[in-house]
Write a protein that binds this ligand. Sequence first.
Ligand SMILES: *Cc1c(COP(=O)(O)O)cnc(C)c1O
Length: 428
Amino acid sequence: MKTKKSQEIFKKSQTILVGGVNSPVRAFGSVGGTPLVIKKGQGAAIYDEDGNRYIDFVMSWGALILGHAHPVVVQTLQQTASHGTSFGAPTQVEYLLAKEIQKTFPSLQKIRFVNSGTEATQSAIRLARGFTKREKILKFSGCYHGHTDSLLVKAGSGGATFGIPTSQGILEAVSEKTRVLEFNIDEKELSDFFAQEGKELAAVIVEPIAANMGVVLPSKNFLKKLRELCSDFGVLLIFDEVITGFRVNVGGAQKIYDIKPDLTCLGKIIGGGLPVGAYGGRQDIMNNLSPLGGVYQAGTLSGNPLAMAAGLATLKELSQKGIYSRLKAKTAYFCQRLQKILQTSESSCQMNWTTGMFTIFFNSSRVKNFYSAQASDTKAYAHFFHAMLQKGIYLPPSQFEANFISLAHSKKDLDTVLEAIKDYFYEK
Ligand SMILES: *Cc1c(COP(=O)(O)O)cnc(C)c1O
């Protein structure tokens, strides 16, 4: 496979862009080698600068549930752009997207749009502190909530990839207000923690289905117990559904587990591939935001017409009947066969999956939290990653990220990948 152009462009990029990238995991740090420079995408495929084609399982880290360059989204963007790209004044499309989100996320009585998932979680935490007049927050190890200071403590995603428990440059005065427990911690330990510190907590933030240490599902009572304890201790429960929102189901993980958080953060899919984030929830809490209340949060490009229009077009497509059962069936088709390959080949790998996403852990024991995820053989993953790349399959360049299946992945794409993985494990 020729990657000469990618190599040349990336080399030049490194002279001016830090590490040649604008987000760390893209640099292939944990799998080695030179990143491919991507030229275009179409459906489930991406093409690098040398013209190689790959079946894509990154899908802009889950944002592109309809696939690359979906014709309806592209057309909407072209039309919208021709009328101006930003006004810094209210537009109708903000209202329309908020309404569309609320249809399937009724817990979002009020919504505020921002420009990234990071902004959403950061603002939700500020709001929770303003509302409760408390300072501490609780998060879970391996959950990633963007790169805001207070949440960049034992975070997943790039933090896991680069083995950084907590970033440098964060004030101790900030990080010491963040408490961290293991995801899926047992009920007794969770109750004990709340008995000790519950009254000082402003909020608990959690990915209801974790996807930034690889996919990790919540155990049966974990979320339920969290909801109970938060209510008992006057702590706001924040669901970070930046990945799970509009992916795992209509109405996200909160619908699947039938739990109503006080606040929810969204991003990725709701921007249709453009920069976006949103947070929302109980009206009595949200009304504490400026201009109605004393918690300040603003944005020059927030709610900008392009992101709103791309998001609205995407959610409209997703509102068609039977879309999620299709995605669910597609994922099940692929993951059940993959699981069988892993088992029969004695690969000492196992996988976690849910609708629209999965992770193969190079790990012989079941992964149920960050501690068990970290026991994975990242060298073996790197080898697998490069072998797949050679076969035209683009997986996330880190063991600790989810693979995303979109509506654009065809049965043929999935069969091609299954065949490649089968060859890999059976030949070994
Ligand atoms: C991606 C992600 C974020 C951060 O979103 P950005 O748009 O990258 O800032 C926050 N939370 C979760 C769960 C995410 O997956």
